[in-house]
Design a binder for this molecule. Structure first.
Ligand code: ZN
Length: 262
C-alpha cells in the first residue's frame, strides 16, 4: 500500500466523524490530566469538583472546555491569574490528535484498543514527567489490556496471543532490571527508577518483544537528545535525572503509526 494513501476507507469517512473523535480525544485528555494530578496528590479519584491547583477555587463549567478555555483564559486561572499547567492543553491536544490518527489507521477494534492503551500511557507520561512517579495500578491495568488485546484481536494467529504478550512482559521487565543491575555494579546507583521496569513490561504486553525493544531504543535516543538539549540551554546539570518513563510513553504513542510504514 502506498504510504500516501492513509487508508482505503479514508475518503468515505466524513468530517463530522473526525470532529467527534477529536472532541472525544481532547475530553479524555482533559479528564486524564486531572486524574493524573489527583493520583499524584493522593486525592479521591471520583469525588470533588475540578479546582485550580493554586488557589483551589472551584472552576466554572466553561473553564473545563478542553483547549478553547486555555486560550480564552490566556493560560491563566480565572480567579488568581496564576499560570495553568501547560501540560493540560498539551495532554488534550495530544490525545485528540492520536485518536484521529489511530482512527484513520486502524479498523474499529484496533482503534478502540490503541486509544484505551494510549489513554493509560498518558497518565504515566504525566505523572513521570511532573514527579518522576509511575503508579503500579495503572501499569497493571495496561498489562491486562495488552493481554486482552493480543488474545482477542489475534485469535487466529499463531505468532500473537497470550504467549506473545507474556514474553513481552517478561522481556520488558528483565531488560530494565538487568541494565539496572549492571549500572549499579559500575556506578553504585540506580540508572532507572523502580517503575520503569513495570512500564516497559506493560508496553511489552501490548506490543510484544520486538516492538518493545524498538520502543526502548527510540526512547533511549530521544531521552538522550532531550538531556543534551536541556544541558545546552542550561536547564539541567549532568546529574539531573530524566523521566525515562515519559519517553517510553511518548515513543509508544507514535509507534503503531510508524510501524505501518516500515
Ligand atoms: Zn487559581
Amino acid at each position: 500500500m502506498s504510504p500516501f494513501i492513509l487508508h482505503d476507507h479514508f475518503h468515505e469517512v466524513n468530517l463530522f466523524i473526525f470532529f467527534i473523535i477529536f472532541v472525544v480525544g481532547v475530553s479524555f485528555g482533559s479528564f486524564l490530566h486531572s486524574l493524573s494530578i489527583r493520583i499524584l496528590n493522593n486525592k479521591s479519584l471520583l469525588h470533588g469538583r475540578s479546582q485550580c491547583d493554586e488557589c483551589h477555587k472551584e472552576l466554572f463549567w466553561w473553564h473545563l472546555i478542553p483547549i478553547l478555555s486555555y486560550f480564552y483564559l490566556k493560560g491563566r486561572c480565572y480567579f488568581c491569574q496564576k499560570p495553568i499547567n501547560i501540560q493540560l492543553p498539551i495532554s488534550e491536544l495530544l490525545l485528540g490528535v492520536l485518536f484521529i490518527l489511530y482512527f484513520i489507521q486502524f479498523d474499529t477494534e484496533n482503534f478502540i484498543f490503541y486509544s484505551i492503551f494510549s489513554s493509560l500511557l498518558l497518565i504515566c507520561f504525566i505523572t513521570d514527567w511532573s514527579s518522576m512517579q509511575l503508579h503500579f495500578p495503572v501499569m497493571f491495568l495496561m498489562m491486562v489490556i495488552g493481554i486482552l488485546f493480543n488474545i482477542l484481536l489475534n485469535i487466529n494467529s499463531i505468532s500473537f496471543g497470550l504467549k506473545f504478550s507474556v514474553i513481552g512482559i517478561l522481556a520488558g521487565w528483565l531488560l530494565i532490571f538487568s541494565i539496572n543491575q549492571i549500572y549499579f555494579f559500575l556506578r553504585k546507583t540506580n540508572g532507572f527508577g523502580e517503575g520503569d521496569k513495570w512500564l516497559l513490561a506493560s508496553i511489552g504486553s501490548f506490543f510484544g518483544l520486538e516492538q518493545m525493544i524498538h520502543i526502548f531504543i527510540y526512547a533511549s535516543i530521544t531521552s538522550a537528545l532531550w538531556g543534551l538539549f536541556i544541558l545546552t540551554i542550561k536547564m539541567a546539570t549532568i546529574k539531573t535525572k530524566l523521566p525515562f518513563g515519559s519517553f517510553l510513553c511518548f515513543v509508544s504513542f507514535f509507534m503503531p503509526l510508524i510501524t505501518v510504514y516500515t
